[in-house]
Design a protein around this ligand. Sequence first.
Ligand code: RNT
Ligand code: ZN
Length: 425
Amino acid sequence: MFPKSNDALIETSYANAKEAYAAYGVDTETAMAKLATIPISLHCWQGDDVGGFEVADTSEGGGIQATGNYPGKARTVAELRQDAEKALSLIPGTHRFNLHASYAETGGRRVERNELQLEHFQGWIDWAKANNLGLDFNPTCYAHSKAADGFTLSHNDAGIRQFWIEHCIASRKIGEAMGRALGSPTVTNVWIPDGFKDIPVDRNRPRELLRQSLDAVFAEPTDPACNLDAVECKLFGLGLESCTVGSHEFYMGYAVQNDKLLCLDAGHFHPTEVISDKISSVLLYVKEILLHVSRGVRWDSDHVVVLSDELRAIAEEIIRNNFQDRVHIGLDFFDASINRIGAWATGTRAMIKALLIALVEPTNMLRELELSGNYGARLAMLEELKTLPFGAVWDYYCVKQGVPPGSAWLNDVAQYEADVLSKRS
Ligand code: RNT
Ligand code: ZN
């Protein structure tokens, strides 16, 4: 149904494109070689609507909501892995997989989150090794009876805070062991939903408590060669419209003062505020950052990432400034209303396309125009570059990486839906 790959045509189109870029002094081969070294961390939670596979005690809530009920979602860890493998077979390059603690394998037994151990993720480590993936990790501080009133690390009750502190410490240890096992550091990212639906009287105390809790979480040292700690800020959430304890200022300060990675989620700011513009500022003050590339539509709606101006701007900021070793690119979207493998592939392919577009940009030429004050030519060039034959380079890259180019991958998604997803109840 969708046009199959026409390799001869792709070769010819690529040869022409290569020449078109060469006219601007850009070497498309160098661009593709660099692109292949930049991993994207695919989030496990697109595969099952942020559900996880814990035994009991999970409940909805915590400001995260996947909407839709497209048939065929993964019901077990094995199904999630199978689906992720299918998605990865449609995505060019070598990547990472981002797990939440709620995806532990506990053999049908209930294991409290503060008691999670490496053994509960050994299956994931083995799978990652077999599939040549790095792993990233997150404590799960939502969808739990101890988070039901909307507070975790900043809870008024010391016992509840302690529970979440222990969970975060356990998660960092697991992240560290994963990184050690796979020979590539795990980014372990702490996001909590804590906040107020309506106008609080005391905004200060919960923030002091959160700082105290984080200090306890990070007091345990981990090996930076195996684990990198990140903290994720947020402006508001569902049911937390009036005040989020872990705001941008809170975590920016915390990350700078405590040498942590700051996680910038594209949906966690005011609707017209963009994270692309924050990267160069934040990286003056923290060594590395984590991105949660997402797409908010009017709010933090976590739509599937597409090749938008902002996605391109994020990629440009990373590539133009040579920040790829300091910016960990993770994805964070979850659409339950469409085929979930297609969602993973669409969003991840869009992120990689954005990086490729940035890599074939004649940045030096643009910089010279800017420095000489020729803003008219700068604007005109940015427009002209948009219609260079980038798609031909992309298709060629896909073929070279052994994945379907163009829309051919949609045939694989349709086949998988017929063979596998439609059989799930
Ligand atoms: C929520 C945060 C957080 C989660 C994941 C599941 O608003 O973006 O990153 O989406 O941890
Ligand atoms: Zn996020």
